[in-house]
Design a protein around this ligand. Structure first.
Ligand SMILES: *Cc1c(COP(=O)(O)O)cnc(C)c1O
Length: 227
């Protein structure tokens, strides 16, 4: 009889780079099982300082997300000097008066959700020569405390963006907490097909495998990496 191979440490017990690898693998397997391509993993750093982020950069990871402009400004210029090919995504609520700073700092913005922000982004983009990838955040359940446009108002917001000369590439959502997420992810996927938007930002530490199986192109992972 063959002796059992001792288990190597991996997620969730390993270090952050090992956890990242395990999550990437699990998401890819779920995506393939659902007939989709593996999603990109955005490491969400809102609870992580530069010392916690650096091991992932050293391991070769380049895709990161923040949810506040000011925090990102404090952390990333120095890290980017060391790792210039980093791609930085804004996933949190964005105030219109921070649009210009966000356009300078971020390569993608996932939280476009209202006409005033579209106007501010259009001005900032025109003045900067930069073209961040834009996602519209959809508040699928119409939760009042949450950002995002309602399903009802999504078509009008897409028109607003087109009129302002902005290309919207995808949709993003944070589904209601404490509910089975798959119907919400399926709904977001349906909306993205209806509006012919190629990118789908959905799935966090607790549900990324379900999101990947339903066609997420970007999963946003925080606490499972930086616990
Ligand atoms: C914090 C955050 C995440 C990551 O959530 P975890 O559950 O920690 O993986 C993803 N998306 C948004 C918008 C967030 O604010």
């Amino acid at each position: 009889m063959k002796k059992a191979t001792p288990l190597t440490l991996s997620a969730p017990e390993g270090d952050s780079a090992e956890r990242l690898q395990a999550i990437t693998r699990r998401a890819a397997a779920s995506a393939r099982a659902g007939g989709h391509k593996p999603p990109a993993l955005i490491a969400i750093c809102k609870t992580a300082d530069a010392d916690a982020i650096r091991p992932l950069l050293i391991a070769g990871h380049r895709l990161f997300g923040e949810n506040r402009v000011q925090e990102a400004q404090a952390k990333w210029p120095a890290l980017r000097a060391e790792f210039p090919d980093v791609e930085l995504h804004m996933v949190g609520q964005l105030q219109s008066n921070k649009a210009a700073e966000a356009v300078q700092l971020f390569d993608a913005i996932h939280s476009v959700d209202r006409p005033s922000l579209i106007a501010a982004l259009a001005r900032a983009i025109a003045g900067s020569g930069r073209r961040p990838t834009l996602f519209i955040q959809v508040n699928l359940a119409g939760e009042t405390q949450k950002g995002g446009v309602t399903v009802e108002d999504l078509p009008a917001l897409l028109e607003r963006a087109a009129d302002a000369g902005l290309t919207i590439s995808g949709l993003m959502t944070v589904p209601p907490a404490d509910q089975e997420p798959s119907p919400w992810f399926a709904l977001l996927a349906k909306l993205s097909r209806r509006h012919k938007l190629p990118l789908l930002s959905m799935g966090m530490s607790g549900d990324y495998d379900i999101a990947a199986a339903l066609g997420a192109t970007h999963i946003r992972i925080g606490s499972a990496l930086f616990k």
